[in-house]
Design a binder for this molecule. Structure first.
Ligand code: 99T
Length: 209
């Protein structure tokens, strides 16, 4: 397969990891060249901004030079470029249910990235604990919903848009927010992740700090 696309990414970004997992799971890794970019709100990267004015990764540059972002759009696009079983159901109630769970997984990542910026980038004297707590509570509420699904055996080990998002979100919590110790309060989810994280596409894309 010829390389026709470039992914602006970082191996530490859970959003970029979702794209990598989908590429692995659908046999498309050879189609995409990876280009490392490490943006932060305080460290804009000109080349990235030229491709995505929001200054965020991932962004996917297609063969004709057009650019797709954000991760949700990229996953949708790449899922339509292979002939296997779609990872995003194409229609019906399943589509909306799985996309909504994927959105909840993204919300965990969003809150965890904001916590990271608040506690790592912002000068210590300016940090706001109440705000940090609020982000932590968003994560906790989302984890409770996933724990409920895992308890009722409603979370399958099969890769799809929702489980990919959840796996990447939990991997990111382990990387950047280990003090949240989410496994202690969510044992069924921890069991689910112990199995899911061993899938080849997850193992091949583990964040390298
Ligand atoms: O906010 C910035 O300026 C740079 N941040 C990003 O590019 C983060 C990298 S995660 N990406 C997003 O927030 C993408 C969110 C978007 N809705 C999507 O693609 O789904 C890196 C976190 C880390 O290094 O810890």
């Amino acid at each position: 397969m010829a390389v026709t696309m470039t992914l602006l990414y970082s191996p530490l970004s859970p959003f970029a990891r979702k794209v990598l997992v989908l590429l692995h799971a659908t046999g498309q890794t050879d189609r995409v060249k990876l280009q490392l970019v490490q943006p932060a709100p305080t460290q804009p990267v000109a080349e990235l901004n030229a491709n995505n004015p929001a200054g965020k990764i991932p962004a996917l540059i297609l063969a004709d030079g057009s650019v797709l972002h954000d991760s949700r759009v990229i996953l949708d696009y790449l899922d339509q470029q292979h002939s296997g079983t779609p990872l995003i159901p194409r229609s019906g109630p399943q589509r909306w249910q799985r996309l909504t769970l994927a959105s909840l997984a993204d919300a965990i990542m969003d809150a965890a990235v904001l916590m990271r910026y608040e506690s790592f980038l912002r000068p210590e004297a300016l940090r706001w604990d109440v705000w940090l707590d609020g982000q932590g509570q968003k994560i906790e509420r989302a984890l409770q919903q996933f724990e409920h699904l895992a308890t009722g055996a409603e979370l399958s080990q099969q890769l799809d848009i929702a489980t990919i998002g959840l796996g990447c979100a939990l991997g990111y919590l382990d990387l950047r927010q280990p003090d949240l110790a989410w496994r202690q309060r969510h044992p069924a989810l921890a069991d689910w992740y112990a199995g899911f994280s061993q899938q080849p596409a997850l193992l091949a894309t583990q964040p390298q700090a």
